[in-house]
Design a protein around this ligand. Structure first.
Ligand code: HMG
Length: 445
């Protein structure tokens, strides 16, 4: 069976930064530690005046194609996952292809293009589409380009404002990939929910607290569904578990839930029972609420045991390092979590080839998906090519007044002129709108 998965990845962050502890918290009259410790976020990325979902996606894709020595003829489909689209008909992938055609001699007329929508999980769904297309033998030896690109803005004053972010992840999906092979086994947890939605509006309607409960409920279902095809999972199965990361504090909650589930009925649960007792079993409770409260108490205790802490520090913490600095990138978020973990492994000189990742994706509305990935021999070279640390360090650090302008500039209901904070260099830029209200882009040398 041919291995299919992610061959290469490139990340492009919005070029502006809002420091949450230094700049945002004082304006909100909040303790900076609410952001750095509670939510686990240090900063958010924002797009400069010349940036948007197209430029960020095209710039990530261009870096990827350039580094891999690809031409349009090597790519048979371009799928863009986004929940920040500005057009209900023409997909963002056509704009991105148009940008790339400015810098390559060939065109993408042969490539199937589309746009995937299901909140943040659309990035992973696009990977699935590419995987299935290659597995079905319809790719004619070509690879797929998947671009997850979002400008995750909330209305000013919304509690979600602290979790904003902007950036793009481009991924090449191929046969015999260099980075990770994706498993055929998948698990889903999917239900009609109204926790976070954008009914023809730019900024989301959010029930923040409920959205966190829905994330956990769907993720637990997805894990059970995954195990129904892949067999029971054990904490030691996975070198890393990258989750969708709206903010690291959310992943802290998902991780303890996953760990509790995986140790149930194992010698680890038995060993821990001496310290914190056995996990509550539903059949021992008459009332569902009482059972849920007992589970919450058990998870509180579990999260401070040495066993759990060691597992968390090794398997989860490394997935959060990029998210902490950039915020929520919606469709790209789980993909920067994977990259962060592999980046740390490369920096530590770990040999990961053959090890497994458990990937937990999520999109509001709501659906979770879990699959496994096997790290491939060429992973280190791919990961060492990333320059996200340099990009993050080069971002322009906004004052609060500047942040307000940037938010207005990217608000579709406002027309605000704003000077660029950074100078475009070897990248695609937004230049204005044309006669049919289409957006226009140029490549700046
Ligand atoms: P909030 O009400 O501003 O924050 O909203 P809070 O008061 O709940 O505090 C947050 C955490 O900081 C809490 O931790 C506090 O205890 C702690 P917890 O108790 O939950 O563990 N805290 C402090 N810690 C240390 N020192 C302090 C301090 N003060 C407080 N001084 C909320 C938080 C997440 C609700 C808000 O930011 C929000 O609405 N965000 C948007 C929705 C969201 O991100 N939901 C996540 C799940 S849904 C999802 O992931 C999908 C999504 O990506 C969209 C998509 O799929 O397209 C959003």
């Amino acid at each position: 069976m041919t291995a299919v998965g992610i061959d290469a990845i490139e990340i492009w962050t919005g070029k502006l930064k809002l420091d949450l502890a230094e700049t945002f918290a004082p304006e909100k009259g909040e303790d900076p530690e609410k952001y750095t410790k509670g939510l686990g976020l240090h900063a958010s990325s924002f797009p400069d005046a010349h940036e948007d979902i197209v430029t960020m996606g095209a710039n990530a894709a261009h870096r990827l194609m350039d580094r891999k020595g690809l031409t349009p003829d090597d790519i048979g489909r371009i799928d863009v996952a986004t929940e920040s689209a500005f057009d209900n008909s023409k997909p963002v992938s056509t704009y991105i292809a148009g940008c790339l055609e400015q810098v390559y001699d060939e065109d993408f007329h042969h490539a199937n293009k589309g746009e995937r929508k299901f909140a943040c999980i659309a990035g992973t769904q696009s990977l699935d589409d590419a995987y299935n297309w290659i597995k079905a033998g319809r790719n004619r030896g070509r690879s797929a380009l998947v671009v997850a690109t979002d400008t995750a803005l909330y209305a000013r004053g919304d509690p979600g404002e602290a979790t904003q972010g902007a950036g793009a992840v481009a991924m090449l999906i191929s046969e015999d990939p260099n980075l990770v092979e994706m498993s055929a086994e998948q698990g889903y947890g999917s239900a009609d929910e109204t926790d976070f939605l954008k009914p023809n509006q730019q900024f989301p309607s959010v029930d923040g607290k409920r959205s966190m409960q829905v994330y956990l409920a769907r993720m637990r279902e997805a894990l059970e569904d995954y195990e129904s095809v892949a067999g029971a999972s054990h904490p030691e199965d996975f070198a890393y578990v990258p989750f969708h990361t709206p903010f690291p504090g959310m992943v802290r909650k998902a991780a303890v839930l996953a760990y509790r589930h995986m140790i149930r009925g194992t010698p680890i649960e038995e060993e821990l029972a001496e310290e914190i007792g056995f996990q509550p079993r539903e059949e021992d409770f008459e009332d569902r609420e009482e059972y849920e409260e007992a589970i919450r108490d058990y998870m509180d205790e579990l999260s401070s045991t040495d066993d759990y802490r060691e597992w968390y520090d090794a398997t989860i913490e490394p997935t959060l390092s990029i998210s902490r600095e950039v915020g929520n990138w919606y469709t790209g978020s789980v993909h920067i979590a994977r990259a962060a973990a592999l980046k740390q492994a490369a920096e530590e000189g770990r040999d990961l080839a053959g090890r497994k990742l458990g990937v937990g994706s999520y999109g509001s509305g709501a659906q979770a998906e879990i699959h496994a990935e096997t790290v491939q021999e060429g992973w280190k070279d791919e990961i060492e090519a990333l320059n996200i640390d340099e990009q993050n360090a080069a971002r322009y650090d906004l004052s609060f007044d500047e942040y307000e302008n940037v938010h207005d500039r990217h608000n579709h209901d406002k027309t605000i002129e704003m000077e660029d904070f950074t100078v475009p260099d070897g990248e695609f830029v937004f230049t204005g709108t044309g006669r049919m209200n289409e957006r226009l882009y140029d490549y700046v040398e």
